[in-house]
Design a protein around this ligand. Structure first.
Ligand SMILES: Nc1nc2c(c(=O)[nH]1)N(C=O)[C@@H](CNc1ccc(C(=O)N[C@@H](CCC(=O)O)C(=O)O)cc1)CN2
Ligand SMILES: Nc1ncnc2c1ncn2[C@@H]1O[C@H](COP(=O)(O)OP(=O)(O)OP(=O)(O)O)[C@@H](O)[C@H]1O
Length: 199
């Protein structure tokens, strides 16, 4: 199957999760996220869910309860395909971006640079046994992870968030894909041995 065929198949699988299962999954993942975030310094980067993504609201509220500084992605206003990360507090207003995803309005004083982020919790459509990640197809997180992969963000910990149903044994990859070291699902915390090594 091609990447587009996998994307379609896995989106359909995600859309088929029942409402009670969605609610249970978002609570289970929230507990795993806070547990993981406690062990990393820096801001926790997460995302505001849309469509049939695993609901990150319970996790965001749990991070706030623990007073952990939290940021979410905002589409870069002119650097196409790139993300900025902006602070999110209970008082942050939200607008919809061009994909209909909620984001804070752009404000320079709210931007948090990647070197201040510890855990980077990322959306995904699918992941495999090597930590390969299939996203929505915009390449946004691949671009974000390029400097991490090059060794320039040693304190960043990329972690995918997904339903268990988004696992497949083997996904086709492209040269720009960045495999991720961890994925959290409602029932598991996966660790993959794919970290680039630098001497
Ligand atoms: N919640 C969330 N925020 C996120 C991402 C994400 O995957 N999830 N992104 C991760 O990169 C970035 C946005 N990336 C996106 C890339 C493509 C499409 C997209 O193609 N949308 C289609 C409709 C989607 C569908 O049919 O399911 C469209 O606009 O027509 C959406 C978001 C940044 N923020
Ligand atoms: N580091 C990069 N530099 C330049 N272009 C890139 C980079 N990473 C990805 N791209 C481009 O982005 C496009 C989409 O990539 P891909 O299909 O892997 O997205 P994705 O990982 O599914 O999406 P996302 O990361 O937004 O969730 C590709 O056409 C690719 O050329």
């Amino acid at each position: 199957m091609t990447r587009d065929e996998w994307r379609r198949k896995l989106k359909a699988r995600r859309a088929a999760v029942s409402t009670p299962d969605q609610q249970q999954a978002s609570q289970q993942v929230a507990a795993r996220i806070t547990e993981r975030a406690k062990h990393s310094a820096g801001h926790a980067a997460i995302f505001l869910s849309f469509a049939n993504e695993l609901n990150t609201r319970p996790a965001i509220e749990a991070l706030w309860q623990l007073n952990m500084p939290t940021v979410v992605p905002v589409l870069h206003p002119f650097s196409k395909g790139h993300l900025l990360f902006l602070s999110l507090t209970p008082d942050t207003p939200l607008i919809h971006n061009r994909y209909g995803i909620q984001e804070p309005p752009l404000r320079a004083d709210q931007v948090v640079p990647l070197h201040q982020i510890g855990c980077l919790f990322m959306p995904l459509v699918g992941f495999d046994q090597y930590g390969n990640r299939l996203g929505m197809g915009g390449g946004y997180y691949d671009r974000t992870l390029a400097s991490w992969q090059a060794g320039r963000l040693p304190d960043l910990h990329p972690i995918g968030l997904a339903y268990d149903e988004q696992y497949v044994e083997h996904l086709p990859t492209e040269p720009w894909d960045v495999a991720i070291p961890e994925v959290i699902t409602p029932t598991r915390h996966w660790h993959f041995n794919n970290q680039p090594k630098f001497s």
